[in-house]
Write a protein that binds this ligand. Structure first.
Ligand code: FAD
Length: 420
């Protein structure tokens, strides 16, 4: 671990300074120096990925805004991009794709609501990808209205006994830990009777079954809990505070899904441009003109969304994003679908030749180089992480300040609310 308050690093050596002098160290300079040290001591080309990521965590470069000793340096979150850009340039391993839900949603939730012990226990193996995480929120009767969920957790001494069913649980089959929200007080109104746990996905009473998607893959799962036991020490936040803790996960989910900043002309729109160049450019005629018009229209929208995401990340002064993350989530979901529709059209007949519907249990989510698979997978973008309709509601109410939807069950005990 690198202690910024007691040491000042000068490439290759460490020197102790007074606390007052250390405080004046420019944070950007500090981050740059620590990256230099990481790359000098652990050259990415010759260091196994897990060792590299472990060293990155220990030096406080995993999430620079996290506290020292927990993968961070306690500096502003924007400086993470300084780290990421340097590491990208030398093709260093990246934690996110190994454990997307843990990296993007689990870690911020643990660091915000976890005890010191929990932070120490969970964050490092989460970052290195040794322990994958999944999100156990949605249920067959509770998706958009996740606060109405019915999975029960009943206290039994120092443990909780969990019964119920979760659904659409991405990478549950690969996970060691799950972020579970369960009902601990059915007599409280729905948002107030919830508690948040970290559950051992390998423990007795936890059963994971595959759910197959239209891509042919089974990236997500149903998860059944039958008298599964969770020690109280694995509770995240207070009893009855599960909704409050969940909001940290959900806000970060939207940013992880929709808040990424690609280079200009990168990502899905980059694929469309490539297909245009390869198959249509210079052919002339009305078809070319119409397709070009659509391509340019989507390019402009993609660029506007990209710039909006840059602005949102610049404005994010603290680690936990606010409801404005819903803008990026909504825009990227709707754009992705439209861009991949255009890609398929640009591919002509090749676009309908789907390679294989073979049932695969993927080892990661989202990324594929097959445009046809991306087209099918993109349909889920406007559902996962909150539907586009729900994003519009959040934007209307919490960003634009428009009147809220009528909520008749808000103050009614959950047990008295009719359920189907
Ligand atoms: C690929 C994928 C991965 C996922 N991974 C996970 C995961 O790892 N963990 C997890 O917990 N969940 C996961 N989900 C579940 C996801 O969060 C839910 O599917 C989503 O929140 C919608 O819930 P629902 O499917 O129950 O639909 P419903 O909530 O039943 O909604 C049905 C329709 O009604 C609309 N609707 C609902 N309420 C409103 C409203 N108030 N105003 C306007 N329209 C409304 C919706 O927009 C939708 O069109 C995943 C989903 C997908 C597709």
């Amino acid at each position: 671990m690198y202690h910024r308050r007691t040491e000042r690093l000068v490439v290759g050596e460490t020197m102790t300074t007074t606390a007052a002098a250390t405080r004046s160290v420019d944070d950007r300079q500090l981050v740059t120096e620590v990256v230099d040290r990481l790359l000098a001591d652990h050259p990415p080309a010759s260091t196994p990925a897990r060792d590299f990521l472990g060293a990155q965590f220990d030096l406080g470069l995993a999430w620079v805004h996290f506290p020292e000793g927990h993968g961070g340096l306690g500096v502003g979150p924007k400086l993470q991009e300084v780290v990421n850009a340097r590491l990208r340039a030398v093709k260093a391993p990246f934690s996110g794709p190994r454990n997307p839900i843990g990296y993007g949603m689990g870690a911020p939730t643990v660091v915000t609501h976890g005890s010191e012990d929990q932070k120490r226990r969970y964050l490092r193996p989460l970052f290195t990808g040794e322990e994958v995480w999944c999100q156990l929120f949605s249920e067959p009767g509770a998706g958009s209205d996740v606060a109405s969920l019915a999975t029960r957790a009943v206290r039994d001494g120092d443990e909780w006994v969990v019964n119920g069913q979760k659904v659409w649980t991405t990478v549950a089959h690969l996970s060691r830990w799950g972020m579970l929200v369960a009902r601990t007080d059915p007599e409280a109104p729905k948002h107030r009777g919830l508690t948040y746990f970290v559950v051992d996905m390998h423990g007795p009473g936890v059963e994971v079954r595959p759910l197959r998607q239209m891509t042919g893959e089974a990236e997500f799962n149903e998860v059944y809990f039958t008298d599964a036991r969770i020690p109280d020490t694995e509770r995240l936040g207070g009893v009855g505070e599960g909704w409050h803790v969940s909001l940290t996960t959900l806000m970060n989910e939207r940013v992880s899904i929709g808040g990424g900043v690609m280079p200009r002309g990168g990502g899905a729109i980059g694929e469309a441009l490539r297909l245009w160049d390869e198959r249509h450019k210079g052919l002339g005629g009305p078809t070319e003109a119409v397709l070009k018009d659509r391509l340019v229209d989507l390019w402009v929208k993609a660029e506007a969304a990209r710039l909006t995401n840059i602005r949102a990340s610049e404005n994010r002064k603290v680690g936990t994003p606010g409801p404005e993350g819903s803008v990026g989530k909504l825009a990227s979901a709707e754009l992705n679908k439209r861009i991949y529709e255009l890609c398929i059209e640009l591919m002509g007949l090749d676009g309908i030749l789907y390679g294989s519907y073979e049932m695969i249990r993927p080892t990661h989510t989202g990324f594929t180089t097959d445009i046809r698979k991306s087209f099918l997978r993109a349909r889920a973008n406007s559902i996962e992480g909150g539907t586009s309709e729900v994003m519009r509601n959040i934007l209307g109410e919490r960003v634009l300040g428009l009147p809220g939807e009528p909520r008749v069950d808000k103050d009614v005990p959950w047990s008295k609310v009719p359920r189907n």
